[in-house]
Design a protein around this ligand. Sequence first.
Ligand code: PLP
Length: 451
Amino acid sequence: MTLQKRPGACVMNMNGTKDGNGIARELSLWQRAQEGIPGGVSSPVRAFKSVGGEPVFISSGKGSRVFDVTGKEYIDYVCSWGPLILGHAHPRVIERARERMEKGSTFGAPTEIEVEMAEAVKDAFPSMERVRFVSSGTEAAMSAVRLARAFTKRTRILKFEGCYHGHADSFLSGSGSGMVSFGIPESPGVPDSFARETVTLPFNDLEKVHDFFEREGSGIAAVIVEPICGNMGCVLPADGFLAGLREISSRYHTLLIFDEVITGFRVAYGGAQELLKMEPDLTLLGKIVGGGFPAAAYGGRKEIMEILAPAGAVYQAGTLSGNPVAMAAGLETIRILKEARSTIYGELDAKGKRMEEGVTSAIRESETAATINRVGSLFTLFFASEPVNDLTLAKKSDTKKFGKFFHFLLDRGVYFPPSQFEAAFISASHSAEDIEETVEAISDGLAALKE
Ligand code: PLP
């Protein structure tokens, strides 16, 4: 649609701009987004920066599918970056949320549903003897670190390269040079003094953890880790890595925090800690726990959690914390997972396995330098010639190739995460046909890249 300029009048429409001839033209949704929102998006990865091109605007989703504003349909492997383990708009989840909303969406007072939710979380994660609800994974991580600092009366934290724990200042620091003693800010706006309190070591390098603890262990409040990493792409813990972290944390009276924002209710009902038989001191949950609404949680041993206000002195609060609608959607999601616990994780794993087999043979046939990492329904195809066990290896991936591959899939109606360094998610609503269609598109994509 072209908006004609009325003579003598300055035509500026909310959705328009003027070209060189004074003709006002309609702006695309992407142009409008950039006029209103920094970089056009509410969270950076959505902008397609690392794959090029313009992002797709999604208008709706149902089951394994999303639909963009032009009506084009995609098999979705982003699944809102993890929450939608049951797929889009699951009827039971939507019904519970609607029912709850009709009775009022928020009260800023205790509600029965958050008590039920706490019981459900404790039941799934026995290490979480007490649980506090917040609105995002970032908030959960930030609050757990404050709690760990207060509990241990220490200030420094240890995290790992490639793990992501949200965007609070404590986590936006990377490894410094040399002996990796001091963190350096990874974003303008993070003070050096904050970054220095965070040490970052390579994921899966237990020897470096031992060296570091020997020098400075008595000052470390917490070790925080994604037990199965999803944020440099899917990367698995090496044998003994997590057990080593558990042992050394206990020895130095440092708290071990498992960030299960992705893995919680995903890799098993009780998360990575159930799958890998580990017991952290504190656990972070997000994504699935909110059933597609903004909710997250942190929790752990009673004596640690009970120093939180108002039981204790460590302050943390939130207007919408434990929001009833989010709790209703999350609780219904968890209930569905629990009811189907004996089959649903096996089915998710079988779909993931078929994807892995299909992708592996496509890699072989096309002689592409690529590898796939997978745990259950979480996977990443890296354009890397070596196995990927840490961030340094992940970064050896050919990101240009990934960008071309991504767009090939997008054209074919397969919506993959728009970055080499993100995990893809399969949901319970992905059918065997969806997986086969995707494997075929991936095979064709890899063959096309070769040409
Ligand atoms: N922790 C992990 C492991 C995550 O993957 C994320 C987000 O992707 C976060 C924390 C932060 O969660 P949120 O985006 O809800 O703040």
